[in-house]
Design a protein around this ligand. Structure first.
Ligand code: GLU
Length: 485
């Protein structure tokens, strides 16, 4: 049987977008579930917009997610190089072949001339397309243009009335007439760089790609590409165009909806396995409807036939839920390590020794299971990292009530001759104090919680008190009592 080969071919023109990552993931899952080779190819022919730093982000984020490739710029294979900017000579060779076979030609039209044509077509109520003016230039005409200093592009001769048909693995049969494709398309630009539609075909063909899996924004490029495959006598691969990811308002996912660069999720403390799981479910669903799956389970269950035709919605609530499940399953040390940079950035901690690390671990343990992403720790655990806490007007009113004052004074009295707060000891005192003061339950606990933490809700109070430590608790109590008396 023929070896299956797939590829992910991002352009390094910005921080890699979630939609692209999902395309990479589909290719990866296809490759791992079908035993195909997975190629990573960098499409960096747009010189103005491509940058090395964005290429590095592609490698970095794919690695972070656990998407490994078999051949790529850093993994030599039989069909390299795997960076388009290193393959220019190859594109020129094939463009030349098309010129020789009279399937392509040099076009010397200036941008001004083309603009003029475009305007006229619009005036006539026609869809603008290249007029074909340079299709049959004589040698002399070409030489004159060259002497004038015009820099040519190379155009592919678009057949007039061909019907192009292909069976998309997701969308089904697609039929398009060649006269709707905008006329003779540029395959080599005047700066010598190939256009996307040309380079992609040469590369997919030479890299022996059997299945082209990409976003549906490319579906109308596919017929153009098929014409080039045919013109060069290349075998046409299978195509699969995955439905684009939408935001909650059902428009294409963009910055308006939130973060679209995967690294932003990494930085906020979304875990790679949660992200992998979540993204895999955008468009595909396992037969057994079990949503939480390890990478291995996803690979085992993945089935291309179960990809939906409809557009998936990027549901941040669901991602948060899923990430929370994975945070809960993670050892606390992992979450501590991820939390440290956020706490440092907030100015809450600096260098930490072992003692401090253990304390931090205990603090984070209190909140860990409730985190949707690790960066939330800065807000939820704030009370542990600030000297003084703030109280709302309502809280102050509540603390002023005779019951509250009674409880706070009693608590202060209890702490007076304690060297530290220990959970068991304070628990015992609380039991006794409720009886002695005749203040019970919420009425008893709430003043303490608010006075000491500045919050109405939080983790188990005795744990919070023990971790805050006697000094800080006493200080806060003193401050509150001063404030309200
Ligand atoms: N460089 C193209 C992109 O990033 C690749 C599209 C394709 O997979 O053919 O959109």
């Amino acid at each position: 049987m023929k070896e299956f080969r797939v590829r992910f071919a991002p352009s390094p023109t910005g921080p890699i977008h979630i939609g692209n990552i999902r395309t990479a993931l589909f290719n990866y899952l296809f490759s791992r579930s079908e035993g195909a080779t997975f190629v990573l190819r960098i499409e960096d022919t747009d010189l103005e917009r491509s940058a090395k730093e964005f290429e590095e982000l592609i490698f970095k984020e794919l690695k972070w997610l656990g998407i490994e490739w078999d051949e790529g710029p850093d993994k030599p294979g039989p069909y390299g190089p795997y960076r388009q900017s290193e393959r220019l000579e190859i594109y020129h060779r094939f463009a030349q072949k098309l010129i020789e076979e009279k399937k392509a030609y040099r076009c010397y039209c200036t941008p001004e001339e083309l603009e003029e044509d475009r305007k006229k077509a619009i005036e006539r109520g026609e869809i603008p397309r290249y007029s074909g003016r340079c299709r049959y230039l004589t040698k002399e005409q070409e030489e004159t243009f060259i002497r004038e200093g015009r820099k040519p592009v190379i155009r592919f001769m678009m057949p007039d009335d061909e019907v192009i048909e292909f069976e998309d693995m997701i969308k089904g049969k697609i039929t398009i007439k060649s006269d709707t494709l905008g006329g003779d398309m540029v395959i080599i630009k005047s700066d010598g760089m190939p256009t996307y539609n040309f380079a992609v075909v040469i590369d997919d063909a030479l890299m022996k790609i059997t299945h082209v899996i990409r976003g549906e924004d490319h579906i109308y490029n596919t017929p153009k590409q098929i014409l080039i495959y045919k013109a060069l006598g290349f075998e046409i691969p299978k195509f699969a165009h995955a439905p684009l990811i939408l935001g909650p308002d059902r428009t294409k996912l963009s910055k308006r909806h939130g973060h679209t660069y995967i690294g932003q999720y990494r930085e906020l403390g979304y875990l790679p396995e949660a992200m992998f799981n979540f993204l895999s479910l955008l468009s595909w669903y396992p037969e057994d409807n079990v949503e939480l799956m390890s990478k291995e389970e996803i690979i085992r269950k993945f089935n291309f036939k179960r990809i939906h035709k409809s557009n998936p919605v990027f549901d941040i609530e669901k991602l948060n839920w899923m990430n929370q499940q994975y945070i809960q399953k993670s050892p606390v040390e992992r979450i501590v390590d991820l939390a440290i940079p956020h706490l440092k950035k907030a100015g809450y901690i600096d260098e930490i020794d072992e003692l401090r690390y253990n304390w931090l671990k205990d603090v984070i343990s209190l909140y860990k299971d409730g985190l949707s992403y690790v960066a939330q720790i800065v807000d939820v655990a704030k009370t542990f990292f600030v000297e003084e806490v703030d109280y709302t007007g309502e809280m102050v009113e509540f603390l002023k009530s005779p019951n509250s004052i009674k409880v706070l004074e009693a608590f202060k009295g209890y702490l007076k001759d304690k060297s530290e707060i220990t959970e068991d000891d304070v628990k015992e005192w609380m039991k006794k104090a409720q009886k002695e003061l005749g203040v019970k339950g919420k009425e008893f606990f709430m003043p303490i919680r608010i006075a000491v933490t500045g919050e109405e809700h939080g983790p188990e109070l005795v744990k919070v008190l023990a971790l805050l430590g006697k000094n800080r608790v006493v200080k806060r109590l003193d401050r509150v009592l001063n404030l309200i008396e």
